[in-house]
Design a protein around this ligand. Structure first.
Ligand code: ZN
Length: 118
């Protein structure tokens, strides 16, 4: 860790404060990323899920009525997306290269975990 000269984001020209909310939600490329992720998840789930910070960042799915497998897939996708942002958010072209691998990985972990606990 080191001290930085400015509190503003160095990844865009927005002059926004470089906060966790900016990194995970407000940054324009990340907003586009979430929109595309939610389109993919909507198609996989067979139901529309909108890019909402409560759902995407906090996993608040109370407004949704999905079955267990849909919930597993949604949470796997959201977790993979956040992991991708955390590790690669500043390499915008590689975001989609790794997110599907992350979705499958998280989904498989969820399936194995649930099979062990049932
Ligand atoms: Zn920025």
């Amino acid at each position: 860790m080191k001290l930085i000269a400015s509190p503003h984001c160095t990844h865009c020209q927005s002059q926004m404060l470089d906060t966790t909310m900016h990194m995970f939600w407000e940054f324009s490329l990340i907003r586009d990323f979430w929109t595309r992720i939610m389109l993919i998840l909507s198609e996989l789930l067979g139901a529309t899920v909108l890019p909402d910070p409560c759902l995407c960042l906090l996993n608040d799915d109370l407004a949704l009525s999905f079955n267990l497998n849909q919930c597993r897939l949604l949470m796997a996708g959201l977790t993979a997306a956040k992991n991708t942002i955390l590790t690669k958010w500043f390499y915008s072209r590689s975001l989609f290269d790794s997110v599907l691998d992350g979705v499958l990985s998280q989904y498989n972990i969820s399936r194995v975990y649930n099979s062990m606990t049932q």
